[in-house]
Design a protein around this ligand. Structure first.
Ligand code: ATP
Ligand code: MG
Length: 576
């Protein structure tokens, strides 16, 4: 493609709202175009890279035996009511009505739709296993769309669904997808770490997220260098502090602790370590209609952090149906006092206590009285709970739940996730098959997503420098850019045309910068766009020589035109 003819607009200025490199660079290169918050279009170069990622995904999915279909983005509410997710999915579900008042949503994911296909089409064990996938636009009305393609409201996803006769079959399908994901992200040039993940609103038993390591990622992962434990911090199990079985229980006492609303303040005031205190977190919950339907008081050791995902899982409610409570309102019902809440004597609320607290003796907790705390608080004697379970966040340095070594933390971008769904959807929606004995059995399902457009952003996060993007060959919009320094110089123009045509003949994707721009502008643009190979045709063209440079390296070489062509073809074919 000739740049003089190409629809392309690069920006010198960094757009205001863009904070992270991928967002800034995708806008500056003109690859994406914002329409409204969280909704982007793709310009020619951006769309070429999206399609390259899609092609890699298709290649690996097809190679794994999956079959591509394409379902509608518009989904009838009835299917979501059948699975129970019309409510459970919450305000992220982009709902709409047709002219007759019938309800629909724009699909954020397609479990219901694929289950519907299969319950209609599959009847016998002979038709299983099967894996269907699509690459399609998804809609999620995210609370905080941000970072460009990272968290948008409209995005492209590859979603696949596997259908098996039994759980052994699911294990095989799951592993096949897991391995395919490994290859897909490697081929896209991403450094990824698969980690154990929470199954969230989608349901199911087992899941991994594929996380592209990056400082700007929104996922936090905990991993261990002594063993293979790796999990999102949402999911990671924690080791409870050892129970203090040999410590005598002292008498509980209420002490005056004026103005000590935080754990730090009360621990300092009483000369205690924060690990000798109990931290309270107060919540209100909502029903299907959005009406308040109860209060929850959660307690963890003072130096721990509450893990919201573990809490909602323990309560078995969707994440969007719980919020921090208005302490005064909650106090009037339950007896809690903001900043001075302890588990003793609370009423009319669900008390959830972290699993290590019952084993710890003589702790300090709020006394449910302004400016007072209770000391020597002990489980069983002074308080009990409705639920006792692991509620805490696994922090950096905490013992690994598998081997006990101190865990490390890293940040990353969730580019894909694989789930074992089991029979959640087949049972609720009646997707059955007849086994060898003509007995009805629920189909055992898995689902597998890749954020195509988020993957594009993740690639830019991992491959850029201060001058622009450095595309891996596999997903670069073009492989080679031929920079023609002086289009009006005959020798230069001729050499550039020759390289351009020869490379095209060799099926190399090549851009020819034949614009009437200053050379400085052309070099800057070439660096910004991040095309892997640059061949500069300048003064030496008359002698049959050009400058050859890889975007990822700083070294430039003057070589003959023939050699430049040969080298470009070779590297493109090796890395495409
Ligand atoms: P997140 O936790 O980041 O909100 P998710 O776990 O809800 O994502 P999934 O339901 O697993 O997402 O969707 C599959 C894939 O789709 C994700 O792994 C991610 O790559 C991509 N994805 C999800 N939400 C978005 C979004 N708002 N913008 C872009 N890509 C997204
Ligand atoms: Mg996910």
């Amino acid at each position: 493609m000739r740049l003089s003819k190409m629809h392309i607009k690069t920006l010198r200025e960094v757009p205001n709202e863009a904070e992270i490199p991928s967002h800034i660079l995708l806008l500056r290169t003109g690859m994406i175009r914002k329409l409204v918050s969280g909704v982007y279009g793709f310009m020619p170069l951006g769309w070429r890279s999206v399609r390259k990622i899609e092609d890699i995904i298709r290649d690996e999915m097809d190679g794994s035996g999956a079959q591509e279909i394409h379902m509608s983005a518009v989904q009838p509410a009835e299917l979501w009511e059948e699975s129970g997710r019309w409510y459970a999915y919450g305000p992220e579900l982009w709902r709409l009505k047709d002219r007759h008042g019938r309800e629909f949503c724009l699909g954020p994911t397609h479990e219901e739709i694929f289950t519907d296909v299969v319950r209609n089409d599959v009847s016998s064990y002979r038709q299983l296993p099967m894996n269907l996938y699509q690459i399609q636009t998804k809609y999620r009305d995210e609370a905080r769309p941000r970072f460009g393609l990272m968290r948008s409201r409209e995005f492209i996803m590859k979603d696949a669904y596997s259908f098996d006769r039994d759980y052994e079959g699911l294990d095989v399908s799951y592993q096949t997808m897991y391995d395919a994901y490994d290859r897909i992200f490697k081929r896209c040039g991403l450094e990824c770490r698969p980690v154990e993940a929470d199954t969230g609103a989608i349901g199911g038993s087992n899941s991994h997220e594929f996380t592209a390591l990056s400082e700007v990622g929104e996922s936090e992962i905990a991993y261990c260098e002594s063993c293979s434990m790796a999990a999102t911090t949402e999911r990671a199990e924690c080791v409870d502090a050892a129970a203090q079985t040999d410590v005598a229980e002292l008498d509980m006492e209420v002490v005056h602790t004026p103005g000590t609303k935080t754990i730090e303040e009360v621990a300092n005031f009483l000369g205690l370590d924060q690990s000798q205190t109990i931290k309270a977190l107060l919540f209100v919950t909502y029903d299907n209609e959005g009406k308040e339907n109860g209060y929850v008081a959660a307690f963890v050791r003072g130096d721990r952090e509450l893990n919201m995902i573990k809490l909602v899982n323990a309560l078995n409610i969707p994440e969007h149906s719980i919020e921090f409570a208005d302490e005064e309102k909650m106090g009037a019902v339950t007896g809690c006092v903001g900043g001075f809440t302890g588990p003793q004597g609370l009423h009319d609320c669900t008390i959830v206590v972290d699993s290590e607290l019952p084993g710890l003796k003589n702790l300090c907790a709020g006394a449910n009285k302004e400016d007072h705390h209770a000391i020597n608080v002990n489980y069983g004697r002074d308080y009990t709970a409705d639920i006792v379970t692991d509620l805490k966040v696994l922090k950096e340095g905490d013992p690994c739940p598998v081997c006990g070594a101190p865990v490390k933390h890293a940040r990353g971008i969730e580019v894909g996730q694989v789930f074992k769904l089991g029979t959640k959807y087949s049972e609720s929606m009646g997707a059955m098959y007849k086994d060898e004995n003509q007995k009805d059995q629920p189909i055992v399902m898995g689902c597998y997503g890749i954020g195509v457009t988020r993957t594009l952003a993740a690639v830019v996060e991992q491959h850029h420098d201060e001058n622009g993007i450095i595309w891996p060959m596999s997903v670069a919009p073009y492989h080679v850019i031929v920079t023609l320094v002086k289009p009006e110089d005959e020798a230069q123009a001729e050499a550039a045309e020759r390289i351009y045509t020869e490379l095209q003949k060799a099926r190399v994707e090549v851009m020819l910068d034949d614009r009437k721009e200053r050379p400085g502008v052309k070099f800057k643009d070439a660096d910004l766009l991040g095309i892997p190979v640059r061949i500069t045709v300048g003064k030496l063209a008359g002698e049959g020589k050009v400058e050859y440079k890889l975007r990822r390296e700083s070294e430039k070489e003057e070589i003959t035109i023939e050699e430049a062509i040969a080298r470009a073809i070779e590297i493109v074919n090796a890395e495409r």
